[in-house]
Write a protein that binds this ligand. Structure first.
Ligand code: PMP
Length: 395
């Protein structure tokens, strides 16, 4: 049969790394590969009491259709939280989406024509590339250091490429590197976007999972021209299974994005929006987030300590102040995909995500992303020690 796929399906393919990740997800494997929150931070009892409240107080409404923008009282609460973080916005600017991932998809659909240039950090979040790829952009990538994107390199890209549509960034505890963009660079980023008239897509699901250091104002808070689209998510601060996130954007952009959302899925689950709304009404969200921070700090410190103790000194690592990931850099001759497939998985039953998959262009093979939120502390130590034993043969 002639399946007659649209041309864009050329760019929609399973990756070799995806198959490796499936192997790494088996139950007998110590996996640093997922991006999952620690299950022990899910407020199961609180959410079941909230569920009972929602059913008894608003059952029929919670089971009915809502609107594409989402539940009004939840949006009001988020507008307030955004204002507290320095983003001035109104109800017209904010609507609910199915997690940050839907925001990436909607923005891609709305802005990318074939051949448009999208600027990303190098490396960058794989899920963003999956969302952007079907629209056939050309990627230009900006190297990073411990303070985020190199702004001079970014300026050079903006100066020499007429078709840049937007700059995509994960400014806090970036997935995959754990790096946070400094305040100065955020300000410079907005100045450059203004100067070269391009949009910025600020993807911020980890912002509140900061367990040390100072909170830095969001990029959107420096936006005076309505060119920053900010994506937030409940996935890491409440539950990814609820599939709840939000977009903040200039009114016309928000309205158009919301029309695309309506075409995609009509609206978010009314029930789940009620649950999040009631949770924030009945309990203290900030206290809940604080308990997540405490646990992740311990887990991060366990991992960094194990990395220092067990990995060869030729392996470098990032030491994030929040979020879920650290990024390891092996000596250049060590290919992280081969190492995992041929040695680490079969011999030690340990998995990570090979770094090559996070590079839109100019793949680098000698990195891996290590998640510390999912595994127990004992398994973090055991898994990193096993990685160290194998790596010492190569380094
Ligand atoms: N952006 C980044 C940088 C992420 O790491 C993730 C999830 N791991 C997402 C967006 C999407 O998350 P969600 O759709 O669950 O909000």
């Amino acid at each position: 049969m002639n399946k007659a796929y649209a041309n864009r399906m050329e760019k929609v393919r399973p990756s070799a790394v995806g198959e490796l990740l499936m192997l790494g997800a088996q139950p007998d494997i110590i996996s640093f590969g997922g991006g999952y929150p620690a299950p022990e931070v899910f407020p199961v009892d609180k959410l079941s009491s909230v569920f009972a409240d929602v059913m008894s107080q608003s059952g029929p409404r919670a089971l009915q259709y809502s609107t594409p923008e989402g539940l009004l009282s939840l949006r009001e609460k988020l507008v307030l939280r955004m204002k507290q973080s320095g983003i001035s916005c109104d109800l017209d600017n904010l609507f609910i989406i199915q997690g940050g991932q839907q925001g990436l998809d909607l923005v891609a659909k709305m802005f990318i024509n074939e051949g448009d240039v999208i600027v990303t950090e190098s490396p960058t979040f794989m899920g963003a590339l999956i969302a952007f790829n079907p629209y056939e952009p050309v990627y230009k990538t900006v190297p990073m250091d411990e303070h985020g994107m190199d702004m001079d390199a970014l300026e050079e890209i903006l100066r020499t490429n007429a078709r840049v549509k937007f700059i995509y960034t994960v400014p806090e505890f970036q997935n995959p590197t754990g790096v946070t963009m400094s305040l100065e660079r955020r300000q410079r980023l907005v100045e450059l976007a203004n100067q070269y008239d391009v949009m910025i897509l600020e993807d911020s699901p980890y912002r509140e999972i900061r367990f040390q250091g100072e909170l830095i104002s969001p990029i959107k808070s420096f936006d005076t021209e309505g060119r920053v689209i900010h994506l937030g998510s409940f996935s890491k601060i409440l539950s990814p299974g609820l599939r709840l996130g939000w977009v903040v954007a200039e009114t016309e952009i928000a309205t158009k994005l919301c029309l695309l959302k309506m075409a995609a899925d009509t609206q978010n689950s009314t029930l789940n929006m009620y649950l999040a709304d009631k949770f924030m009404e009945k309990y203290n969200m900030d206290e809940h987030i604080q308990s997540i921070r405490v646990l992740y700090k311990e887990k991060k410190e366990t991992m960094i300590e194990a990395v220092r103790q067990y990995l060869p000194s030729t392996v470098s690592y990032t030491n994030p102040e929040g979020g879920l990931f650290t990024w390891l850099t092996f000596p250049q001759h060590v290919d992280a995909t081969t190492l995992m497939r041929d040695r680490l998985l079969p011999e030690a039953k340990v998995a990570y995500v090979p770094g090559s998959t996070f590079f839109p262009v100019d793949e680098e093979v000698n990195h891996c992303r290590m998640n510390y939120s999912g595994a127990s502390k004992e398994n973090i130590i055991k898994g990193v020690a096993a990685l160290g034993t194998i790596l010492k043969e190569y380094c």
